[in-house]
Design a protein around this ligand. Structure first.
Ligand code: HEC
Length: 117
C-alpha cells in the first residue's frame, strides 16, 4: 500500500482544487470557490525526501501562492492569465525536483482564447 507524505497529500488536494478553480474560471463564474487548502503549509509540510525542499523551493512555493491568490483578487478579465501563471509556477517547481506529475499538471492550463470577458 502506498503511503503519502504530508506534502504529497497537500499536493493532491491542491491539484483537486486547482481543477475546480479552472472550471470555475473557464465558465466565467462571478464568484470563485474559496480555496479550502492552507497553501502556507507548503512551507512546513514534510516531503518524502527532504532534499526536495532545498534550493529555491520556498521561493517557488511563494510564487505559486501569490499567483494562486491573485486569481481571486484580480479583475475578472485577468483571471485566466493569473491562473495560467500559477500553473507555470507548479511546473517550475516540479521540473527541478519532482517531474512525474508534469504532464498532468500541463492539462490544467486554460486556453487563452477563452478569455472573452
Ligand atoms: C514549490 C514547489 C512546488 C509547487 C509550486 C508545486 N508542487 Fe507539487 N510537489 C512538489 C514536491 C516537492 C512534491 C513531492 C512531494 C513528496 O514526494 O513528498 C510534489 C508532489 C506533487 C504531486 C504528487 C503527489 C503524489 O505523491 O502523488 C502532484 C500531483 C502535484 N505535486 C501537483 C502539483 C500541482 C497541480 C501544483 C500547482 C497547482 C503543484 N504541484 C505545485 C513541489 C511543488
Amino acid at each position: 500500500m502506498r503511503t503519502y507524505s504530508e506534502l504529497s497529500g497537500l499536493m493532491l488536494g491542491v491539484q483537486t482544487y486547482q481543477k475546480i478553480l479552472r472550471d470555475s474560471v473557464r465558465s466565467g463564474a462571478y464568484q470563485l470557490p474559496d480555496n479550502p487548502m492552507d497553501l502556507e503549509r507548503m512551507h512546513s509540510a514534510e516531503a518524502t525526501d527532504s532534499r526536495e525542499l532545498e534550493g529555491n523551493y520556498h521561493e517557488l512555493a511563494d510564487r505559486f501562492i501569490q499567483w494562486s491568490d491573485s486569481v481571486h483578487s484580480t479583475t475578472k478579465t485577468r483571471r485566466i492569465e493569473a491562473f495560467n501563471k500559477s500553473i507555470d509556477a507548479c511546473i517550475q517547481c516540479h521540473s527541478s525536483r519532482c517531474p512525474g506529475p508534469i504532464s498532468s499538471i500541463r492539462k490544467l492550463y486554460l486556453p487563452v482564447s477563452d478569455s472573452a470577458s
